[in-house]
Unconditional design. Structure first.
Length: 272
């Protein structure tokens, strides 16, 4: 595995990708502000969450955001996820909103976002084109113990929703169909699949049913949670983040080809 980046290498990356005052740095600082509110609420209610995916790589490799990263991901077990969604709408500041299929008629993902209401962001995949909330966001992923085959069945079932939206020629009509199919998956298909997982003693932890990511994690790598520096704050990370990241990404300490980096947003505006 590659040695940690030197201070000089870190500084070079910051100067190139996210210098102070740049649009992406302003976006990162807005996401950090949002995360600290979520962290405070989670601590108040004893809800366990952890930094995940590229955000976790950023914490371990950069002690903060990956310099070019324009999103922020956290994970928690489904039980905590449900508890968090029950309190977030009441306890978030009025500059933020919770985005789920229940709060936003144009949203169809099987995980939640917290959206900033003082910004605008258009994603390159255009999935958000009919969303009520389109500000800078944090992804909140529920995690479940599953059979990998069961999770992939759920991905296939909900994958039809993504395909319908990608190929839509009449968004109004298609959105009605998409919402019906999404509710069918959430209320009929997913409970059946959870029963299969429970009866078969599933123990691999992966993204919640219908979420289109299935990297495996293990309980002993996640718990008990510990903390790591992230942008000057100590925030929750998996107990053995290094092993978990190596299972998911290989040598995550090795930088990607920085000449081929792409970002999630095609347009963005951040208000003070």
């Amino acid at each position: 595995m590659k040695a940690p980046l030197t201070r000089e290498e870190q500084q070079m990356l910051r100067e190139r990708f996210n210098p102070e005052g740049s649009p992406i740095r302003r976006q990162q600082l807005r996401m950090l502000e949002m995360l600290l509110h979520i962290d405070e609420i989670c601590r108040r209610h004893d809800i366990r969450y952890w930094l995940s995916s590229g955000t976790l790589i950023g914490a371990v490799r950069h002690n903060g955001f990956i310099p070019w990263d324009d999103d922020l991901d956290i994970e928690m077990m489904r039980r905590d996820y449900k508890r968090l969604l029950a309190v977030l709408p009441k306890e978030l500041p009025d500059t933020m909103a919770v985005q789920t299929i229940d709060s936003d008629p144009g949203y169809f993902f099987c995980y939640a976002k917290v959206r900033d209401l003082r910004s605008f962001l258009a994603e390159t995949n255009d999935y958000d084109r009919r969303c009520k909330y389109r500000g800078v966001y944090i992804d909140i992923f529920p995690m479940e113990q599953q059979r990998m085959a069961v999770h992939k069945w759920s991905e296939t079932a909900h994958g039809h929703v993504y395909k319908m939206w990608r190929t839509s020629k009449d968004d109004d009509k298609q959105l009605r169909r998409i919402r019906l199919l999404t509710h069918f998956n959430l209320n009929i298909i997913h409970p059946i699949l959870r029963t299969v997982n429970r009866l078969t003693g599933a123990h691999i932890i992966t993204s919640g049913l219908g979420v289109p990511f299935h990297n495996r994690r293990y309980k002993e790598d996640i718990f008990p949670l510990t903390t790591h520096e992230f942008e000057g704050h100590l925030l929750p990370v998996p107990h053995n983040a290094d092993h978990m990241l190596r299972l998911m990404y290989g040598d995550y300490m090795q930088l990607p080809d920085i000449e081929k980096i792409t970002q999630h947003a095609s347009d963005m505006r951040i208000d003070e």
